[in-house]
Design a protein around this ligand. Structure first.
Ligand code: S3P
Length: 436
C-alpha cells in the first residue's frame, strides 16, 4: 500500500500529546499477570499489533484476559496454571514477545510451538536457545530461526553469561528462572533496559542487580501476585515527535507522562549533546520513572556514538540518523551491529531511505557516517517502510521538513507499535493546543 504524505512543510509542529503505552512494559505486564495469583489491571496498555500478539498467545495458553480500550484485565493462573495451546502460537512481527515467551514456556510441564511472520522468521533465535539451554531448557529451532518447538522441562539453577547486549535475551533467562529450582544469575555484556527486573519486583518477586549494573540475580522462591499498573508512555514513540520538533523550524511540542527509565532515555542524552532544546519535568510515579518533555526546534551539532551508548538508544538509532542529517557537521555511529537483526536490517534501511532524501550517508558494518551540512535534495523516489514500523515513522517525520508532498509505501507497518501515529502527527501539524 502507498500513502500520500502531508501537504508539505507545516509552519512548525505545535501542541501537547500523550503517546501510547510502552511496548516493552505492556508485553511484560501481560506475561507476569498471567503467572501471578489474582487480577492484574494494566491501564494505558499499548493496543498495537505486537502486544496483541502476546495477549492472544496468553489466551491460547489458558489465561482469561479482557480488554476495554487501553485497559486490560488479566485473571492470573498462578505460577503453575498455564495450559498447553492446541495450535502453534503465532507471534506475528513481535521479536520481544517471542523471545520472552520462549523463556516463560521453557519450564512448563507441556510443549509449545512458536511461529511468526516472514520478517520474524528471519530473526536470530539461537541467542535465546543457547542461554536457556544452560538452565536445562529444550528449544528446537529451524536453522536457528522460527518455527521453535519448546519441550517443557524442569529447569535448574545456572549462571548465564550473555553473548549479546540484549534485554530480550536477559528477560528470557529471568522469566525461565522463575521456574527453576534455585536462583538464576545473568551477566550482561552491557546494561540493557531493566523493565523485567523492576516488574518482577513490583509483582512480589525478588531480583537484585549488582553495583556493576550487569549482574542480575533472581530468586524463584516468591509467589507473584497481580498488580494494578499504569503503563508509561513509550519513550521510543515519543522520540518521533522529539525529533520532529527538533528538526522542523518554529516547533514547540509537549509530550506528557512519558516513561523515563534511565536504561531507555539515550535519545534525550543524544539530543542534549547535540544542542537540542528539551526540558524534562519529572512526575511522581511508583516503579517506573515518568515525566513530561518539552521540546523546541534547535540548530543541532553532530554527535559520535560508540558501543557503550547503544543499548539505551537502540530503537531510536533511525532517529539519531535523521537528527544527524540536519546537524552542522559529521556524525558517526559505531558498535550498533545489533541494528542488522531488527525488524529489518536497519543499517541498510536507514541508509537506503535517507539517500532518497539526498542525505550524505555512508554505511558501515556496525553503523553509519552522516554529513549533515549538505542540503537535502530528494530524488523523488517514494519512501518505503520496508515493513519496519520505525523506518516508516522515521521517514514520515523526515518529510515534515520537505516543501513538496511525497509518498510512503508499506505505511501499515506503523501499527506494529504506534497505531495512533498519524492522528498525533496531524494534531501537531494543525497546532492542537498551541503552546506559548
Ligand atoms: C526490547 C529490547 C530491545 C529492543 C526491542 C524491545 C525489549 O531488543 O530493540 O524493541 O522489550 O526487551 P534487544 O533486546 O534485542 O536489543
Amino acid at each position: 500500500m502507498t500513502m500520500q504524505l502531508g501537504a508539505g512543510r507545516p509552519n512548525g509542529l505545535h501542541g501537547t500529546i500523550r503517546v501510547p503505552g510502552d511496548k516493552s512494559i505492556s508485553h511484560r505486564g501481560l506475561m507476569l499477570g498471567a503467572i501471578s495469583t489474582g487480577t492484574t489491571v494494566l491501564h494505558h496498555f499499548l493496543t498495537a499489533a505486537d502486544c496483541l500478539s502476546t495477549l492472544n498467545a496468553l489466551k491460547q495458553l489458558g489465561v482469561d484476559i479482557a480488554r476495554d480500550a487501553d485497559t486490560v484485565t488479566v485473571r492470573g493462573n498462578g505460577r503453575h496454571g498455564l495450559h498447553a495451546a492446541d495450535q502453534p502460537l503465532d507471534m506475528g512481527n513481535a521479536g520481544t514477545a517471542t523471545r520472552l515467551l520462549a523463556g516463560l514456556l521453557a519450564g512448563q510441564p507441556f510443549n509449545s510451538t512458536l511461529i511468526g511472520d516472514a520478517s520474524l522468521s528471519q530473526r536470530p533465535m539461537t541467542r535465546v536457545e543457547r542461554p536457556l539451554a544452560q538452565l536445562g531448557a529444550q528449544l528446537e529451532l529451524t536453522d536457528g530461526h522460527l518455527p521453535m518447538q519448546i519441550t517443557g522441562q524442569p529447569l535448574h539453577a545456572a549462571t548465564v553469561q550473555l553473548a549479546v547486549a540484549s534485554a530480550q535475551v536477559k528477560s528470557a533467562v529471568l522469566l525461565a528462572g522463575l521456574f527453576a529450582d534455585q536462583p538464576t544469575t545473568v551477566i550482561e555484556k552491557l546494561p540493557t533496559r531493566d523493565h523485567t527486573e523492576r516488574l518482577i519486583n513490583a509483582f512480589g518477586g525478588r531480583v537484585t542487580t549488582a553495583r556493576d549494573r550487569r549482574t542480575i540475580t533472581l530468586d524463584p522462591n516468591n509467589q507473584l501476585s497481580g498488580q494494578t499498573l499504569t503503563v508509561p508512555g513509550d519513550v521510543s514513540s515519543a522520540a518521533f515527535f522529539l525529533t520532529a520538533a527538533s528538526i522542523v523550524p518554529n516547533s514547540h511540542v509537549r509530550l506528557e507522562k512519558v516513561g523515563l527509565n534511565p536504561t531507555r532515555t539515550g535519545i534525550l542524552t543524544v539530543l542534549q549533546r547535540m544542542g537540542g532544546h528539551v526540558t524534562v519535568t519529572p512526575r511522581e510515579n511508583p516503579g517506573e520513572p515518568l515525566g513530561d518533555l518539552d521540546v523546541r526546534f534547535a540548530k543541532l551539532r553532530p554527535i559520535q556514538l560508540g558501543a557503550a551508548d547503544i543499548p539505551a538508544v537502540i530503537d531510536e538509532l533511525p532517529l539519531v540518523a535523521l537528527l544527524a542529517a540536519t546537524a552542522d557537521g559529521i556524525s558517526e555511529v559505531s558498535g550498533a551491529q545489533e541494528l542488522r537483526v531488527k525488524e529489518t536490517d536497519r543499517i541498510n534501511t536507514i541508509v537506503t531511505e535517507l539517500k532518497k532524501l539526498g542525505v550524505a550517508i555512508t554505511e558501515k558494518t556496525d553503523g553509519f557516517i552522516i554529513d549533515g551540512r549538505q542540503t537535502w535534495q530528494p530524488t523523488g523516489q517514494p519512501f518505503a517502510s520496508h515493513g519496519d514500523h520505525r523506518i516508516g515513522m522515521m521517514m514520515a517525520i523526515a518529510t515534515q521538513r520537505l516543501d513538496q508532498p511525497t509518498t510512503l509505501t508499506g505505511e501499515k507497518a506503523i501499527g506494529i507499535s504506534y497505531p495512533t501515529f498519524w492522528q498525533d502527527l496531524d494534531r501537531l501539524r494543525n497546532g492542537a493546543g498551541v503552546l506559548a
